[in-house]
Design a binder for this molecule. Structure first.
Ligand SMILES: C[S@@+](CC[C@H](N)C(=O)[O-])C[C@H]1O[C@@H](n2cnc3c(N)ncnc32)[C@H](O)[C@@H]1O
Length: 264
């Protein structure tokens, strides 16, 4: 992955949220035309294995955009408290305008700086859908997500990852140049964000590299699943858990052995 600085006028991690501001009004129509988009988000949210319809759980949807991933999380855990976070005020205003139960709220913040927006731990689960590829410091982001999770709680990263497969890269480029880029330009008047999408996916980690990053951060039970449709081996759920706290040893078991009284 090469989180290089964008050239002037080019979209990159430092200005991608601003680019989403400009495309916010056409975003829902475009993703709605992408068959499988919403169902795949729901599958990722279900893969998190959230218990009891989310009753009593606090969840984060990082890079929530217009709320598509927030809705998926809500479908999997309708009784949870869910906080959606995004750096684009326009994407958030579309999310906020939708109808949500009282447990859902939204915060305008960069995920690189969650603490200053009052997002501090601990949470019962984090979903980050189509976000990681946009960050300049993915390792730092993974570390901060890890620190926000309760021991044993899941992180689901829902993301494009094609670098390990020539076939996936070819299908991705064909879908982008045949459908996404022309349709994006038609609907929003500019192809810039969609060309960035194409390029950022090609630059992002392959499945192996990203799972290695997760392991290196400390995540356990890391597994990767894909989806049916053209997205197969192109879009993935990367699931991992914060390591559970080591079992507390029975009282006294880890005390240093007392010196035996000597007979002499
Ligand atoms: C492709 S959209 C995904 C939206 C939503 N998760 C979904 O599945 O439809 C990516 C979102 O990430 C946000 N984003 C990008 N970089 C960010 C950052 N550093 N902090 C917070 N949000 C960011 C963008 O503003 C955008 O709304």
């Amino acid at each position: 992955m090469s989180p290089a600085k964008p050239e002037p006028g080019r979209i990159g991690p430092s200005n991608v949220a601003r680019a989403f501001d400009e495309h916010a009004r056409s975003y829902d129509r475009l993703v709605g035309a992408n068959r499988g988009y919403h169902e795949h988000l729901r599958m990722t949210a279900r893969r998190m294995g959230l218990r009891d319809r989310g009753a009593g759980l606090r969840l984060l949807d990082l890079g929530c955009g217009t709320g598509a991933s927030t809705q998926a999380l809500l479908d999997a855990a309708p009784e949870a408290e869910i906080i959606g976070v995004d750096a684009s005020s326009e994407m958030l205003s579309i999310a906020r305008a939708k109808t949500w139960p009282p447990g859902v709220s939204f915060v305008h913040a960069r995920v690189d700086d969650l603490a200053s927006a009052g997002i501090t731990g601990l949470y019962d689960g984090i979903l980050a859908a189509y976000l990681l590829r946009n960050l300049s410091e993915p390792n730092a982001a993974l570390r901060s997500f890890y620190a926000l999770l309760k021991p044993g709680a899941p992180l689901a990263v829902h993301e494009y990852s094609v670098a390990d497969s020539a076939r996936s890269k070819a299908i991705w480029s064909a879908v982008c140049w045949g459908v996404i880029i022309p349709m994006g330009k038609l609907r929003s008047g500019s192809a810039d964000l969609y060309k960035y999408l194409w390029r950022s996916v090609l630059d992002f980690d392959g499945v192996e590299a990203f799972t290695t990053r997760m392991h290196a951060t400390g995540f356990v039970d890391v597994k990767v699943q894909t989806f049916p449709g053209w997205q197969q081996h192109i879009v993935h759920t990367f699931l991992g858990r914060r390591a559970p706290e080591p079992d507390t040893p029975p009282l006294g078991l880890n005390l240093k052995k007392k010196a035996e009284p000597r007979d002499d």
